[in-house]
Design a protein around this ligand. Structure first.
Ligand code: MF3
Ligand code: CO
Ligand code: CO
Length: 296
């Protein structure tokens, strides 16, 4: 019976808190547990305590994020017409190793490279290749996840190769704004689904659509954890409650045309069904007592 389980697991007020802070329960997460119990009764999903990160974890993720960000900054000066996407991957691998990290995608469920390079109609998970070259007018997403001392940080940005069309530039800009609009919704004790509601509404103003087949995700001690962060609108769903210590990515994939995707036979590459352009920006962030902090 759920009630009994709750009572058995309840900590004594002077016990060390379940979060690993070393503080007494009554001085740490007791108020939090009482508060979230109220929301649970109202119909929100309260995810298990084990997904929450403590101050030590946050520092670890942030340190991994310094490498991820360093790579994305470096790429702004590196990507150019004629460069192979394999060259991008080589730079990611070297930079990560030089800074003591591990590229998280390498050998992840068999993924063969150190980053994803997704060009034009590729929505995500494009595989770097020695015979794919960046062309004038391309838009490319570079997606980097770094592991440092067991902690993961995931971020991606768009890069324009030479002069891109006005349409492509607008998609790149609006997709970046979509990420920001989503981030603006991150606040403790509110609906996680506010993020997708806001992003979808914003993208639709420009006639764009939001990919539904792929989501943001919890992250920290593993690459992909709970919660699942959808980027499209689900205004009727209460769903998961955001609480301090939750760490997740927001990474909306914004399409010029249909949101529908094709999954290619290489097992990874995802493309738009109508072959129109797609763009994506991503950050890893933590829910704080007052709002959020970006960790990448
Ligand atoms: N970095 C991607 C994400 O944002 C995941 C890439 S997994 C890979 O979640 F295996 F395709 F590289
Ligand atoms: Co990513
Ligand atoms: Co991600």
């Amino acid at each position: 019976m759920p009630l009994q389980i709750f009572i058995i697991m309840k900590l004594d007020l002077n016990d060390p808190c379940w979060c690993g802070s070393g503080k007494k329960y009554k001085k740490c997460h007791r108020t939090f547990d009482m508060e979230t119990e109220k929301y649970r009764r109202e119909g929100y999903i309260i995810l298990p305590q084990k997904i929450l990160k403590n101050a030590h974890d946050i520092e670890g993720i942030k340190a991994a994020g310094v490498i991820t960000r360093g790579i994305l900054d470096m790429m702004a000066g590196e990507v150019k017409e004629g460069m192979s996407t394999q060259k991008i991957d080589d730079l990611v691998y070297e930079y990560t190793k030089d800074h003591g990290g591990i590229p998280a995608t390498l050998n992840y469920h068999g993924y063969p490279k150190s980053c994803c390079t997704s060009i034009n109609e590729v929505v995500c998970h494009g595989i770097p290749s020695a015979d794919r070259f960046l062309k004038h007018g391309d838009i490319v997403n570079i997606d980097i996840t770094t592991i440092l001392h067991g902690y993961f940080a995931d971020s991606s940005r768009m890069y324009c190769i030479g002069d891109v069309s006005d349409e492509a530039k607008q998609l790149v800009d609006v997709s970046q704004q979509c990420l920001q609009v989503g981030i603006d919704q991150v606040k403790p004790y509110t609906r996680l689904n506010n993020i997708g509601d806001a992003i979808d509404t914003y993208a639709n103003r420009f006639g764009y659509s939001i990919v539904r087949d792929l989501c943001g995700h919890g992250i920290g001690k593993e690459f992909h954890e709970d919660p699942e962060v959808v980027h499209y609108a689900q205004p009727k769903k209460k769903g998961v409650l955001m609480v301090p210590g939750m760490v997740f990515t927001i990474e909306p994939m914004v399409n010029q045309g249909t949101y529908k995707c094709n999954f290619l036979k290489d097992g990874w590459t995802v493309e738009t069904q109508d072959k129109k352009l797609s763009a994506q920006w991503e950050h890893t962030l933590v829910v704080t007592e007052s709002g959020y902090e970006i960790l990448t």
